[in-house]
Design a protein around this ligand. Structure first.
Ligand code: FES
Ligand code: FES
Length: 159
C-alpha cells in the first residue's frame, strides 16, 4: 500500500514521516523514528508497554494508527531528556527508588505518570495507582513505582 506523509510534533520537534496507512504508531515510532523506548508487549492494548502521550493524553500506541497522529503532538521517553541529554526527574526517581528491574515496562509507566505529575498537588498513592492501572510490570511489584512517582511529585511541589 502507498505510504502517506504525516506531519507531527515528535518529542518537541516538527517531524514528517512517511507511513503505511495500516501501520500502528508504535511500529512507526520504533521503525521509522528509532524511538525504541516504545515497547511492543501485547500489541493489543492491554499491557501499557507502548504508552505514549498524544496531545497530553496517554494512549497505547500499538492500537493507534500512525496516520491518526497527523497534526498532533507526540511524546515518548526520549523526549524527556534535556538538551544536554540529562534524564528527567521522574526517570531519576525510578532509578533511585529501585522501581526498575528488567526495564521493559518502565518507559510506559513513566509516560503514564506524566499527567498526574502535571497537576498542582501531590497525588495520593491511590490516585497514582489509578493513573497507572493500564500498565503491567512482571518484575518489580508496583510499590516502588508508586513511590518513585509520588517522590517526583513531592519534589516538584516542594512537599
Ligand atoms: S504493547 Fe501496546 S498495550 Fe501492550
Ligand atoms: S521491570 Fe520488568 S516488566 Fe517491569
Amino acid at each position: 500500500m502507498d505510504k502517506r506523509r504525516i506531519s507531527l510534533v515528535l518529542n518537541h520537534r516538527p517531524t514528517e514521516l512517511w507511513v503505511d496507512p495500516r501501520a500502528s504508531l508504535s511500529e512507526v515510532l520504533r521503525g521509522e523514528a528509532s524511538l525504541t523506548s516504545v515497547k511492543h508487549g501485547c500489541n493489543v492494548g492491554e499491557c501499557g508497554a507502548c504508552t505514549v502521550l498524544i496531545n497530553g493524553e496517554t494512549f497505547n500506541a500499538c492500537i493507534y494508527l500512525a496516520i491518526w497522529a497527523d497534526g498532533k503532538e507526540v511524546l515518548t521517553v526520549e523526549g524527556l531528556s534535556d538538551e544536554e541529554g540529562n534524564i528527567s526527574d521522574i526517570q531519576q526517581a525510578f532509578i533511585d527508588e529501585g522501581a526498575i528491574q528488567c526495564g521493559f515496562c518502565t518507559p510506559g509507566f513513566i509516560i503514564s505518570s506524566l499527567p498526574v505529575l502535571e497537576r498542582d498537588e501531590v497525588p495520593s498513592r491511590d490516585e497514582i495507582r489509578r493513573q497507572i492501572a493500564g500498565n503491567f510490570c512482571r518484575c518489580t511489584g508496583y510499590e516502588k513505582i508508586v513511590t518513585a512517582i509520588q517522590k517526583t511529585a513531592r519534589a516538584r511541589h516542594g512537599g
